[in-house]
Write a protein that binds this ligand. Structure first.
Ligand code: HEM
Length: 405
């Protein structure tokens, strides 16, 4: 039994309370100051909250901490979700993880090219052209959401007309692995998983008959040539790419723009020197990390930072907290678009390091520079934008802005 300290309870740490959703960082600072490896019984399932950078990075790179299935196998309704997770690289350990990751990388990376960059630039401009006349927009639904959806749809070879469904699919799927999940969200996920499985099976049948220049055709070719990925793993990989490929990128663009609009000096600096976009995007990733948290389980007893973690205990690795650790990032609560070095953990670390990091960076740089270039007078329409009620994923419900002089 771990030594239970009550700091989480004393802080009233309810990750779904409005103050926490609005600004979780003071809570993280206090937890870290008490202990960077801290047992919390106020979350379900109970587990260790890792808020220190050194400890988070060490756990992510240590094979003694492993991935496990996160869907409780207690209801028939969750079965399709269990099937998908079982076959997703994100929830697997070597050697299956290594095999799936290598094959997916082989199919995906040839598509991350200069011509994709051109497509992203044109799409960003087209989306802004559609709202320019109005003088106001919801930055999330008019821009930050459709852009990555169109990009991942094009990459995978999924018809763009289906994109309205993707938002629903992705947000239902994300809730099934978030700390906020309930029996209702899990059942909704199970139903959605059915639809997704059918959708991709249909697409595979079409692509087998008529291969195209897209990632799905490339994955089918890799699978059929090397016979190293079964049909269920192929479906799970496509679902992972579809969900991971835009849910987080929407939030990077939205969170980054909110941070800039709240820091006019930094906005001005970036407008004056657009080449700062690379360090700026790294800073947005650190400052408001779209993936705030990931999970590992101890495969054996391990000591981390003088704390004994027992076999099978669950670890919440709070990337958003590690990225504000003052022992690594001077003035961590300050947004500094020139921060360098910036060794944030927003894409994770170790063998599960984000497979789409290159693409996400490319999209965010283009999206934000296009916005600043096309819309010279940007203002926040609301001083209290609404955050989504998720704990592990940080993003805005909407971000109304105006851009008339
Ligand atoms: C700002 C955008 C993004 C962020 C913040 C992000 C974050 C992450 C993080 C933290 C992980 C590791 C999770 C863990 O260790 O448990 C991860 C894994 C992954 N991401 Fe991303 N991601 C982003 C965009 C993308 C995109 C655009 C794609 C695909 C096109 C993608 C595909 C993946 C995949 C396939 C994995 C699993 C890798 C593995 O298990 O080996 N991500 N991502």
């Amino acid at each position: 039994m771990p030594s239970v300290s009550k700091v989480g309870e004393r802080l009233g740490l309810n990750p779904l309370s409005p103050p926490f959703l609005e600004n979780p960082y003071p809570f993280y600072h206090e937890l870290r100051a008490t202990s960077p490896v801290h047992w919390l019984s106020s979350v379900q399932p109970e587990g260790w909250f890792i808020t220190g950078y050194k400890e988070a990075a060490a756990i992510l790179k240590d094979a003694r901490f492993e991935k496990r299935m996160r869907i409780p196998q207690i209801s028939q309704a969750y079965e399709p979700l269990v099937q998908i997770q079982k076959n997703m690289m994100l929830f697997q350990n070597p050697p299956d993880h290594t095999r799936l990751r290598t094959l997916t990388n082989k199919a995906l990376s040839p598509f991350i090219t200069g011509s994709l960059q051109l497509y992203i630039e044109e799409t960003a401009q087209e989306l802004l052209a559609q709202v320019k006349e109005a003088g106001t927009m919801d930055l999330i639904s008019d821009f930050a959401f459709p852009l990555p959806v169109l990009v991942i749809a094009k990459l995978l070879g999924v018809p763009a007309e289906d994109r309205a469904q993707f938002r629903e699919w992705a947000s239902v799927m994300v809730r099934t692995i978030d700390l906020s999940r309930t029996a209702t969200t899990l059942s909704a996920g199970g139903e959605m998983a059915h639809k997704l499985i059918d959708y991709f099976h249909c697409l595979f049948t079409q692509r087998r008959k008529h291969p195209q220049d897209d990632v799905i055709s490339a994955l089918l070719a890799v699978r059929e040539q090397e016979d190293k990925m079964n049909e269920e793993e192929l479906v799970a990989t496509c679902i992972l790419l579809l969900v991971a490929g835009h849910e987080t990128t929407v939030n990077l663009v939205g969170n980054g723009m909110l941070a800039l609009l709240r820091h006019p000096d930094q906005l001005h600096k970036l407008r004056e020197a657009p080449a700062l976009i690379s360090t700026a995007v790294e800073e947005f990733l650190r400052y408001e990390s779209p993936t705030q948290m990931t999970v590992r389980f101890a495969a054996e007893d391990v000591e981390i930072g003088n704390v004994l973690i027992r076999k099978d205990e669950q670890m919440y690795i709070v990337l958003g907290a590690a990225n504000r650790d003052p022992s690594v990032f001077p003035k961590p609560d300050q947004l500094d678009i020139t921060r360098n070095p910036n060794p944030h953990l927003a894409f994770g670390a170790g063998i599960h390091f984000c497979l789409g990091a290159l693409l996400a960076r490319m999209e965010a740089r283009i999206a934000i520079n296009t916005l600043l270039h096309q819309l010279p007078y940007l203002h926040l329409e609301s001083v209290t934008p609404q955050w989504r009620d998720l704990v592990g994923f940080r993003g805005l419900q909407s971000l109304p802005i105006s851009f008339m002089e």
